[in-house]
Design a protein around this ligand. Structure first.
Ligand code: ATP
Length: 223
């Protein structure tokens, strides 16, 4: 990452943009909650999409990854076989680090570009950065405040099994590879409980939105 790519949260060109990092465990409801906040007026930057964009064929990261991991990570259509790549790094911390060193700086640079663009259009806006690995990947500095979407691990397993049609064993294995959601709750500025009905989650999200907006009215720039 070049010196100009780091995100200075107090750049004058950012106006009073508030960046809220949304995270949680796999299938805990980050996307669901982000959509609710978007309906209320927030803008969204999804790190999963950025992560996909930076490894498209023709992007520098694509060539670097193929150079390190070989043609086995290229799918028949010429794009990166992300599933294969995930499989290769899942149990190998060194390979995972190698991959992250290629992708993370590009993802952060793309994020910074989008933040600047949004700040130009709506300097008083609330921007959601949906970052599944916000804490694990050390990305806390990219956002002003953090929101964890919580469901108890048992419910997380159920939802993951249902949505991705996988076995309990597979779901458990995925969960065990992640930072426990309880630990993330301990680090969060805000928590939305998403174990109940969607309507209850919506009520919590609306209350959070009001709180964010009111605090910003009282003290511009503050949450
Ligand atoms: P991922 O980590 O895979 O990106 P996510 O955290 O974005 O997932 P969602 O995709 O929002 O999670 O939700 C996971 C699944 O749980 C989806 O199938 C969604 O429809 C369902 N879901 C979300 N919230 C609730 C809820 N309150 N009650 C029942 N099902 C829910």
């Amino acid at each position: 990452m070049g010196p100009g790519d780091s995100l200075d949260l107090f750049l004058p060109e950012m106006g009073d943009l508030l960046i809220l990092g949304v995270t949680g465990g796999i299938a805990s409801g980050k996307t669901t909650v982000a959509h609710m906040l978007a309906e209320l007026g927030a803008r969204i930057i999804d790190f999963d999409l950025l992560a996909r964009d930076v490894v498209r064929p023709g992007e520098p990261a694509f060539g670097e990854i193929v150079g390190r991991f070989g043609d086995q990570v290229v799918a028949e259509d010429g794009a990166l076989d992300r599933k294969r790549l995930s499989g290769l790094v899942f149990c190998d911390p060194q390979k995972r680090k190698m991959l992250e060193e290629i992708t993370h700086p590009r993802i952060v640079a793309a994020f910074v570009r989008q933040v600047r663009e949004m700040a130009g259009k709506n300097p008083r806006g609330i921007l959601l950065a949906v970052i599944p690995l916000l804490f694990e990947a050390g990305l806390r500095h990219l956002v002003h405040k953090t929101l964890v979407v919580y469901v108890p691990p048992g419910e997380q397993v159920e939802r993951l099994m249902r949505r991705d049609r996988i076995t309990r064993k597979e779901a458990g294995r995925i969960l065990r590879a992640q930072m426990p959601i309880q630990e993330k709750v301990g680090m969060a500025d805000f928590v939305i409980q998403n174990q109940g009905e969607i309507s209850e989650t919506r009520r919590e999200v609306e209350a959070l939105w009001r709180r964010l907006e009111e605090a910003r009215k009282r003290t511009p720039g503050a949450v």
